[in-house]
Write a protein that binds this ligand. Structure first.
Ligand code: HAM
Length: 429
């Protein structure tokens, strides 16, 4: 036994999601897809890895995501590639590459890889549901995108959700603002945290995002970007806020909200679950990135989107005790004590008719099969023994409600079950 290798485990910071927990994922993704489609979005599927330059140029060399967290490697052909740390850069790269008609509205489900210190709600591989709209800077699109996320949280049953909204301005007003911020931070440099005391000049906006108490105390009194917006950016923000108000999407203006990715311009937003601890309570965020297409080599084209972290969203659901999904149960468990061929054909027929059918394998005893049938949660056990086979019938035994066992002709058992399960489905699930 000495050479038996130790069982391998999933890497720290990654997770396996098994049934029935994954039933929530299935339901969530289906509902998100449905809502995205209703709003005119089509699914986009991008590669999991890209030329590392895409993320450096798109997200920003100085962002934590690129500087500290990217999974980069040189492949066997000597190319520098990176696993996608988020969804947006790839979607915009695909837009630049393929020139789809505008406005281009795409939704996605993607794993995202970030080399972070794993803790509750922070993983090395997480999963995002997201949307991106390219080719328009109409503030109504901003309203539409924010509302899509807000409505999904409501549908899930979440009530403790805080929506913070800000504008990062455009290139012009932001540079005036950043100069004012740098001057202010310079005056308070000694009070900043260890990381930002030296580095605040490299990416001053990042200081506003710093959660350490020293930096928070300093940024409390820092100049606010909302006081520096030019007329166009201010009007854009006002239109977005008015639209959200009109649709009943409660939000608050948070001038210190700068997100961790450097591509944002104008509208930025973040949804926080106040039921979760504050370090990992962002359950979705996004914003406009009107310069991103150009930054990665395309022609200038505005865009906006969001990403929702599925794991965190489900943690927030648990914290509020909502979105418990009962995994769908099979209609039938076929018990076959004649050798398995009846189970094989009957299961296939039932499934072809759209009815969930499961069975046992390996020639189990009647007792063992009935036990499995009970555990399966199936509505009926359809039993085929020697007598049934000879008489060309199936014994149907209800498993989830009181009722007599019935002898059903083999030839009509599929129809028999179809009628029973469509009428019973609602009441006992
Ligand atoms: P992000 O804020 O970096 O934005 O990530 C979006 C969401 O993913 C977060 O709100 C959070 O729920 C989840 N998330 C992020 N990092 C982790 C992690 N390490 N572990 C677990 N969950 C995590 C973006 O990625 C942008 N691409 C969003 C966007 C789309 N902006 C415009 N369009």
């Amino acid at each position: 036994m000495g050479d038996h290798p130790a069982p391998l485990r999933a890497p720290a910071g990654t997770h396996d999601v098994l049934w029935p927990e994954s039933a929530r994922w299935e339901r969530l993704v289906a509902e998100f897809a449905r809502r995205a489609r209703l709003a005119g979005f089509g699914l986009v599927v991008n590669p999991m890895f890209e030329d590392a330059q895409l993320f450096r140029r798109g997200i920003g060399d100085e962002s934590d995501v690129v500087r500290k967290e990217m999974y980069e490697f040189t492949d066997r052909g000597g190319r520098e590639v990176a696993l996608r740390p988020e969804g947006t850069a790839s979607v915009v790269r695909a837009y630049v590459q393929h020139h789809p008609p505008v406005p281009w509205k795409a939704w996605y489900l993607t794993p995202a890889f970030r080399y972070e210190r794993p803790q509750a709600g922070r993983y090395k591989q997480h999963h995002q549901l997201g949307v991106e709209v390219l080719g328009t800077d109409d503030p109504d699109v901003d309203v539409e995108v924010v509302t899509l996320a807000a409505d999904l949280y409501r549908w899930l049953g979440l009530r403790q959700v805080d929506l913070a909204l800000n504008s990062m301005g455009c290139g012009e007003c932001r540079s005036v603002y950043v100069a004012a911020l740098v001057a202010y931070l310079g005056e308070h440099a000694q009070e900043l945290c260890d990381e930002h005391r030296e580095r605040f000049g490299v990416n001053p906006l990042r200081v506003l995002d710093c959660k350490r108490p020293e930096c928070r105390a300093v940024t409390e009194g820092a100049p606010r970007i909302t006081d520096y917006l030019d007329a166009g950016c201010a009007a854009h923000l006002a239109r977005v806020r008015a639209g959200l108000d009109e649709l009943g999407v409660t939000h608050r203006l948070e001038p210190r909200l700068v997100r961790g990715l450097d591509y944002y311009t104008r509208t930025t937003f973040e949804f926080a679950a106040t039921s979760l601890s504050s370090a990992q309570n962002a359950i979705g965020g996004g914003g406009r990135y009107d310069g991103l297409a150009e930054a990665i080599g395309g022609s200038s084209s505005p865009g906006i989107g969001f990403g929702i972290g599925i794991e965190r969203l489900l943690l927030a659901c648990d914290a509020e005790g909502v979105f418990a999904v009962d995994p769908p149960l099979p209609e039938a468990f076929v018990v076959d004590v004649t050798g398995g061929t009846s189970a094989r054909s009957l299961c296939a027929e039932l499934r072809r008719a759209g009815l969930g059918a499961v069975r046992a394998y390996d020639g189990r005893s009647l007792k063992s099969q009935l036990k499995q049938a009970d555990r399966s949660g199936a509505r009926y056990a359809l039993i085929v023994g020697a007598e049934e086979l000879a008489a060309q019938i199936v014994t149907a035994r209800p498993l989830r409600h009181e009722g007599p066992q019935e002898a059903v002709p083999r030839a009509s058992v599929v129809d028999w079950l179809a009628v029973r399960t469509t009428t019973h489905t609602k009441e006992d699930q």
